[in-house]
Design a protein around this ligand. Structure first.
Ligand code: SF4
Length: 131
C-alpha cells in the first residue's frame, strides 16, 4: 500500500528522531524499520530523504553476513522540539531539494530564518529571577 505524503513526512521526522536518539555510534536501519513497522522499501526511501538533506549519514556495513546500512546523525538538533519545527520536515519541495538543484539548502528561503531563530533562542540570555 502506498503511503500518503503526510504519512511520509511524519515518518521521516520519526526516523530522524530515532537516529538522533541512538547517538553518534549510529544504528542499523533494520532496527529503525522494525520499531516503526516500516517495510525496507519505505524505510530506505525515508533514510535517503534524510541523507539528501544532510541530516543523517548512511554507511554500508556487513552485519551477520548480510549487507545493510548503518544510519548516523550528522546534525544534532538543539533539542527534540526543534526537529519538529525544522522546515525540511514539512517541505513540499523536499523531493526536488538538492545541493546542486534548482532549490536546495543554499538558496532555500526557509532554512536560514529557521536556523537563525533556533540560534537566537539558544543564545538568548536568561532573565534574572526577581522576587
Ligand atoms: S527547500 Fe529548504 S526547507 Fe525544503 S527541504 Fe530543501 S532546505 Fe529544507
Amino acid at each position: 500500500m502506498e503511503r500518503t505524503e503526510e504519512e511520509l513526512v511524519d515518518l521521516t521526522s520519526r526516523v530522524y528522531k530515532l537516529v538522533v536518539e541512538r547517538g553518534k555510534d549510529g544504528v542499523l536501519q533494520s532496527e529503525i524499520w522494525k520499531e516503526l513497522g516500516l517495510t525496507s522499501r519505505d524505510g530506505s526511501r525515508l533514510a535517503i530523504r534524510l541523507e539528501r538533506r544532510g541530516l543523517i549519514g548512511r554507511v554500508k556495513v556487513l552485519e551477520e553476513g548480510r549487507w545493510t546500512y548503518k544510519l548516523t546523525p550528522l546534525r544534532f538538533p538543539t533539542d527534540m522540539a526543534s526537529i519538529e519545527k525544522a522546515p525540511c520536515i514539512i517541505c513540499q519541495f523536499e523531493s526536488k531539494c538538492a545541493i546542486d538543484g534548482e532549490i536546495g539548502p543554499y538558496n532555500c528561503p526557509w532554512i536560514g530564518p529557521w536556523a537563525m531563530k533556533e540560534f537566537r533562542e539558544l543564545t538568548q540570555p536568561v532573565a534574572p529571577v526577581t522576587t
